[in-house]
Design a protein around this ligand. Structure first.
Ligand code: ADP
Length: 448
């Protein structure tokens, strides 16, 4: 086992990894930009290293600075968290070339899944059902027309290098295709430096269902059920729950096995998430994330598994302790993302937190790195915390979420907390009856 791990991240996820390290008796090293000198992850880690100025490109994304921090502190392994360098195959290679361990999958698997076309092809080869669409990239409008006519409108044009819900355009008919196609390419070029796009059937009212997988890198893999992340704004997740209210035990077992078998065949190591759109009882692969997800705690809650501990164990070369036959679901969990954003326009709202009180009690988990007097820097993601509740069933989890939200105090900055208080009153949320478009429509109705 490692003696010391460096966490190449900040905020709540850095704290999350530090917690696992401490329980395992492993020393932790925090890295931080000059803007994060007073951050909680720096205070909580056993050691810390300043790796650069505020912009992520010169700090949290600086590969040489992070490798040097390992060398200075003697850390043997790097946990990347999510975002930043977590899905950067070049970084993984560099880490390994320096004799260090990357806590995550092999560079090769990150590369395959990082390119959406290769990912889709690989998924299909591994027996995972995919969304009908173009075979590979689409280079010109004429080909786009033929593909769209073949699969039928509406279609969605997506950036091959896409991520974070950007670079996607929907065309409802042939007349709208050309503009959508050209706009998608221009946006893809601007956002990702790569104009390549592909085309898929646009599903009208799907749910976003993702399967948590975990592999030992040596041909054994398990699944830990699904998360329903359909509540999205601009393709960004807002609330996540597990198990999915619309998924039956049979469907879970079926798609879970397909995913676990695929990962076993791939020799995948560590935690991963296979994302699907789900409509009328069918699952359609959209992408795979080769890292820990923001919403991993809902899975941890219902399975009673510490996913970060498992990641560290597998990376250290230990036997994977997870066995499919031991993995069973207990109750229901819901996570809400607390962002420092003003509702309803969701403008980022950095600034000083004048008062903070976290809820507690049975079945409540708060993953956050804020504190009284903390200044949220303007340079990074606006996620400042996650509130996760666990109950014996969905109604109990909802009641608990409502109760926990009533206890939560974050003063000094605007947050998305009032949004959740409102959302919980809606009968569709209470019944679990929502698709990926539900929240956008609700926001329009509610805040018009
Ligand atoms: P990203 O990597 O940018 O997050 P994804 O491929 O995961 O892109 O898609 C993000 C979101 O976009 C999905 O959760 C869904 O809301 C929407 N989406 C993607 N593909 C389709 C599709 N074929 N039909 C309908 N909605 C889609």
């Amino acid at each position: 086992m490692f003696d010391k791990i460096l966490i190449a991240n900040r905020g709540e996820i850095a704290l999350r990894v530090i917690r696992a390290c401490r329980e395992m008796g492993i020393a932790s090293v925090a890295v931080h930009s000059t803007a994060d000198a007073d951050a909680m992850h720096v205070r909580m880690a056993d050691e810390s290293v300043c790796i650069g100025p505020p912009p992520s490109a010169s700090s949290y994304l600086s590969m040489p600075a992070i490798i040097s921090a390992c060398e200075i502190t003697g850390a043997q392994a790097i946990h990347p968290g999510y975002g930043f360098l977590s899905e950067n195959a070049t970084f993984v290679q560099m880490v390994e070339d320096h004799g260090l361990t990357f806590i995550g999958p092999r560079a090769e698997h990150i590369r395959i899944m990082g390119d959406k076309i290769t990912a889709k092809e690989t998924a299909a080869q591994l027996g995972i059902p995919v969304v009908p669409g173009s075979e590979g990239g689409v280079a010109d409008v004429e080909t786009a027309r033929q593909v769209a006519a073949g699969i039928g409108y509406p279609v969605i044009i997506k950036a091959t290098a896409g991520g974070g819900g950007r670079g996607m355009k929907v065309a409802h008919d042939d007349g709208a295709l050309e503009v959508a196609f050209r706009t998608a390419r221009t946006e893809a070029k601007a956002a990702f430096g790569n104009p390549d796009v592909y085309i898929e059937k646009y599903l009208q009212k799907p749910r976003h269902i993702e399967i948590q997988v975990f592999g030992d890198g040596r041909g054994r893999a398990v699944h830990l059920g699904e998360r329903d992340c359909s509540l999205q704004r601009r393709h960004q997740k807002v609330l996540e729950e597990a198990p999915g209210p619309a998924i039956t035990a049979e469907e879970r077992a079926r798609i879970g096995k397909v995913c676990a078998d695929a990962m076993a065949q791939l020799g995948y190591a560590g935690a991963g998430t296979i994302e699907f759109l789900y409509e009328d009882g069918e699952f359609y692969f959209i992408e795979m994330n080769t890292r820990l997800q923001v919403e991993h705690p809902v899975t941890e809650a219902i399975f009673g598994v510490d996913l970060v501990r498992e990641q560290i164990c597998v990376a250290a070369g230990n036997e994977m302790t997870l066995r499919q036959e031991d993995l069973s679901i207990r109750g229901h969990a819901i996570e809400v993302r607390i962002n420092a954003e003003r509702v309803p326009d969701f403008a980022p709202c950095p600034g000083r937190v004048t008062q903070y009180h976290a809820p507690g009690g049975l079945g409540v988990r708060v993953d956050s790195a804020i504190y009284d007097g903390y200044s949220i820097p303007p340079y990074y993601d606006s996620l400042i915390g996650k509130l996760i509740v666990h109950g014996r069933d969905r109604p109990e989890a909802l009641a608990r979420l409502n109760r926990a939200l009533s206890e939560l105090i974050v003063d000094g900055v605007d947050t998305t907390v009032p949004l959740f208080r409102e959302l919980l009153k809606d009968p569709d949320i209470q019944s679990g009856n929502y698709s990926i478009h539900w929240l956008e429509r609700w926001l329009e109705r509610h805040y018009r």
